[in-house]
Write a new protein. Structure first.
Lengths: 199, 296
């Protein structure tokens, strides 16, 4: 089954660089977060269920640099109003940007999993963490802030754990799948470059 | 209290700008122009009053040509704060004053931020500062980020701590995202510290609009522009009094930026002083009043 893709977020609002459109853009952005959270978590479920090709296991040749790590600011930092606002602007811009890149990861993983084989359990394979429920305009101020910080933190964890998965590689002891006993072999966990190999 | 005596901007100083000067064609001597035709002559726009041709330049031929305004590129240097240079997506221009400049101020700015980079041919970038104009001081959490109204933006960006590099170029970037960026006046030069601004300083606005009441009591309002004025209360050390008096004599009828406090837009006035009066009130300090009439 193909990995379920997400709908990228709309343009990120920016109080500092585009205050004229902030009111409309912030409303659209906020209203898009619940759907974004739902679809991203479905994407994460699918990604976590992927089984690697037993003959080509390891670092994916997916361009991981296209999903850069997330800004660390999560809204609890202190500062003057302008500095604080600029940080949130940057944060949402990063989230919107990452939301447009996640689908390229899904597409690549689909290509890879088309010839996936069954491999032994790899308990050390990184798991991609899910997004928490986002903040929404029906919440009061305190609840809104709590949700926003939690959502931002989970976004940070999601992007970073996705990157960790994409960069994951290790030597792997593989069970024999021909039924005549268990043998072990060391897999060179290099880049997946062989598109012709089949299970 | 600081005063910046402005440098007159010339073609040699404004070495680049992303605002094109192509609103109209350039005036050509001897060419026949229709009535209401507009031309550009020496960065100013003129409109033809009566159809015809002539060899007298539009600035000297007031019978046939009507001055409209400076071109969009040059309006920011025209000494009229309310006439703005504008460009969608931001304005960038470079000044090469070929003399020391330690202060630059932009007035009547409509943008999100202003950056100034000073680049010396020998020392490289010697100054790089950005002023954020968005009014976001009240944003303290996510909730206020989303739901606070967009406060009025600052309209003045002051850079008063620039190093003195006479050969440096100054690149100014007025950013507004994808929106329209506007700037009314750009003033730069050397600042003179006059004294200390006191709490008795008064500000005001002089309106040029007219309200006329007819015989039936109906009010007709003719909206016109207005200008700021400020009556500064200043303390000046007595040992500097003679120097300051000579300075004010020197800037008589010269447009200057008067800065009571750079963090308070209302105390920044671009215009001419109309009266300077110092009372030697104490052995070491004089109490001074300075009235400045702002340009429109």
């Amino acid at each position: 089954m193909a990995i379920r893709q997400i709908t990228p977020l709309p343009s990120a609002p920016s109080r500092t660089s585009d205050p004229t459109n902030f009111v409309n853009e912030s409303a659209l952005f906020l209203s898009a977060l619940p759907s974004f959270q739902t679809k991203t978590n479905l994407f994460i479920t699918d990604v976590n269920l992927i089984k690697w090709n037993k003959f080509n296991f390891g670092l994916l040749s997916c361009p991981i640099s296209t999903v850069p790590s997330f800004p660390t600011f999560n809204g609890t930092a202190t500062g003057t109003g302008i500095t604080y606002v600029s940080s949130i602007d940057t944060l949402y811009e990063a989230l919107q940007n990452r939301s447009t890149l996640v689908n390229s990861v899904a597409t690549w993983l689909d290509n890879f999993s088309a010839y996936q084989g069954v491999v032994s359990t790899d308990s050390s394979k990184p798991s991609v963490s899910t997004l928490s429920v986002p903040h929404n305009k029906s919440q009061g101020q305190a609840a809104f802030n709590t949700s926003a910080i939690a959502f931002t933190t989970s976004s940070n964890n999601f992007i970073n754990s996705l990157n960790a998965l994409l960069q994951y590689t290790r030597d792997f002891w593989l069970d024999d799948d021909y039924g005549d006993g268990t043998i072990f072999m060391t897999i060179d966990c290099g880049l997946i470059t062989d598109s012709t190999i089949t299970n | 209290m600081k005063v910046i005596k402005s440098i007159v901007t010339t073609d040699a100083i404004l070495t680049s700008s992303n605002i094109l000067e192509n609103e109209y064609s350039t005036w050509v001597s001897g060419t026949s122009y229709a009535a209401l035709a507009r031309v550009i002559y020496q960065h100013k726009i003129y409109e033809r009053v009566v159809a015809g041709a002539g060899t007298t330049t539009p600035d000297l031929d007031m019978t046939n040509w009507l001055y409209i305004s400076y071109t969009n590129r040059w309006r920011m240097f025209d000494n009229v704060i309310s006439n703005v240079s504008s460009k969608v997506g931001g304005i960038t221009f470079t000044l090469t004053p070929s003399q020391s400049v330690d202060s630059l101020i932009l007035l009547n700015v409509n943008a999100s931020s202003v950056s100034v980079v000073m680049n010396d041919s020998v020392s490289g970038v010697v100054y790089d500062q950005t002023v954020i104009l968005s009014g976001n001081e009240g944003i303290t959490d996510y909730y206020s980020y989303f739901f606070n109204t967009i406060a009025d933006k600052k309209t003045t960006a002051a850079f008063l701590d620039m190093p003195r590099y006479p050969t440096a170029t100054i690149t100014v970037t007025i950013s507004s995202g994808s929106a329209l960026a506007e700037v009314g006046e750009v003033v730069y030069g050397m600042k003179t510290i006059v004294g200390r601004t006191n709490y008795n300083t008064a500000i005001g606005i002089k309106s040029f609009s007219r309200k006329e009441v007819d015989e039936f009591g109906n009010v007709t309002v003719i909206k016109r522009r207005n200008s700021k004025y400020c009556e500064y209360d200043i303390d000046i050390d007595n040992y500097k009094l003679n120097e300051i008096q000579r300075f004010f004599s020197d800037i008589d009828s010269v447009p200057c930026v008067f800065i009571g406090n750079e963090s308070m837009d209302e105390l920044v006035v671009y215009g001419f002083y109309s009266e300077f009066k110092a009372t030697i009130a104490f052995p070491t300090v004089s109490k001074c009043s300075l009235r400045v009439e702002g340009l429109i």
